[in-house]
Design a binder for this molecule. Structure first.
Ligand code: NAD
Ligand code: DAU
Length: 349
């Protein structure tokens, strides 16, 4: 194993992937973990409840754009894993301004503090969406960025700033680009938690456009293990794709395939699927080549059918987690706006 640390600063650790990463890190590594999260609608302290009394864990509520706070936390840490982001494409289409502020200004604030305080490794959690969609073949780390949504454009902007800090200031940076991630504690705005919880409630499941878009579904445990691997062994200044490589294995899945699998697991009929107006600029297909990360010894562990069954079971057992989120007035307003607008779009065709 390459780098080792004592104290990690994890931004966005109250969100979906960040909280899973914190659980895995505390369970498998001897490090202290400090989470910095300002608890947007997607941040949830319930995601960290089971580690809250761990003496190696500290939670700080605050914004990654607060330079004074970030500087103080960075001085006490020797490494940072940066998850915090506005992460939902549909919200970025409604209003992209906060995406630029969080992704670009937030990342710059962290990088500046990291170099001032001499952290030994800065890891940027990025996404396969920075490559844009690919009709066939796979995206590799050296491909030029070609983002197509406000979300992915601001994530690509953040990647470029990270690279600039490595080149200009010699900061040890690494970047991970993960594919569509699923698993427990994912906020019910993304496809799988929307579908599973709507199916459990007997409500229609919205399918954008023709439902033939392809995503490379990656279980959150595999994604977190990939991040851990890059953190310890990734080469400075390099980026690493983290995907399930389903396409390469010959079983790429369309959204319709995935939704039918959810309904099969719950014993529900396919007529719960409701075709609605498409997402503007909808990326058709993502696929990653992950040879570079596999060369560091990482591989996926959870096959999609196993991971999906566990995830469906988790949501079936954890209504206490997701029902309050879906009943929240802010969520209801978002849901009506997002899906209401789609109805109008579809009707206008
Ligand atoms: P999420 O929306 O579940 O969580 C984001 C977290 O960041 C929340 O806890 C939120 O409170 C926090 N946050 C947002 N703005 C902040 C700010 N200004 N200051 C402090 N905290 C702030 O997101 P996620 O799905 O867990 O994604 C985490 C990261 O992984 C993101 O950078 C995302 O781009 C990337 N990613 C996600 C996926 C996926 O499929 N979910 C795949 C690849 C990469
Ligand atoms: O690829 C990695 C990205 O995956 C991450 O960077 C993003 O943070 C994450 O949100 C996710 O982006 P997507 O846009 O691919 O995920 P989402 O769950 O929103 O949508 C997945 C697919 O399902 C996409 O083709 C749109 C479609 N969809 C989505 C929703 C919410 C539907 O058909 N119906 C829906 O209700």
């Amino acid at each position: 194993m390459g780098r080792t640390f004592k104290r990690l600063l994890v931004t966005g650790g109250a969100g979906f992937i960040g909280s899973n990463f914190v659980h895995r890190t505390l369970a498998r590594r001897p490090y202290e973990v400090v989470v910095l999260d300002n608890l947007t609608y997607a941040g949830n302290l319930a995601n960290l409840a089971s580690v809250s009394s761990d003496s190696r864990f500290t939670f700080v509520q605050g914004d990654i754009r607060d330079a004074e706070l970030v500087d103080k936390l960075m001085a006490e840490a020797d490494q940072v894993v940066h998850f915090a982001a506005e992460s939902h494409v549909d919200r970025s289409i409604m209003d992209g301004s906060n995406f630029a502020r969080t992704q670009v200004v937030g990342t710059l604030t962290l990088l500046e503090a990291a170099r001032q305080q001499g952290v030994t490794c800065y890891l940027q959690v990025s996404t396969d969406e920075v490559y844009g969609h690919v009709e066939d073949g796979v995206s590799r780390e050296d491909d030029a960025p070609a983002p197509r949504s406000p979300y992915s454009a601001t994530k690509a902007g953040a990647d470029l700033v990270v690279n600039a800090y490595h080149i200009t200031h010699g900061l040890t940076t690494v970047v991970t680009r993960g594919s569509n991630t699923y698993g427990p504690h994912q906020y019910p705005e993304k496809l799988l938690p929307v579908a599973i919880t709507n199916a459990l409630d007997g409500k229609p499941i919205p399918v954008y456009g023709d439902g033939m878009q392809v995503r490379d579904w990656l279980h959150v445990d595999d994604h977190c293990d990939g991040i851990d691997r890059v953190l310890h062994d990734g080469a400075p200044g390099e980026a690493y794709n983290i995907g399930a490589e389903h396409e390469g294995l010959g079983h790429g899945r369309t959204n319709l395939d995935v939704l039918r699998a959810v309904l099969d697991l719950l014993g529900k009929p396919y007529d719960m699927l409701q075709f609605v107006g498409d997402r503007p600029g909808h990326d058709r297909r993502y696929a990653l080549g992950c040879e570079k990360l596999r060369a560091l010894g990482w591989q996926t562990v959870l096959p999609f059918p196993v991971g999906l069954e566990r995830t469906v079971q988790w949501y079936a057992e954890r209504r206490d987690w997701w029902e309050p989120l879906k009943q929240d007035a802010g969520y209801v307003a978002y849901y009506n706006r997002n899906y209401g607008d789609r109805e109008k779009l579809a009707a206008a065709r």
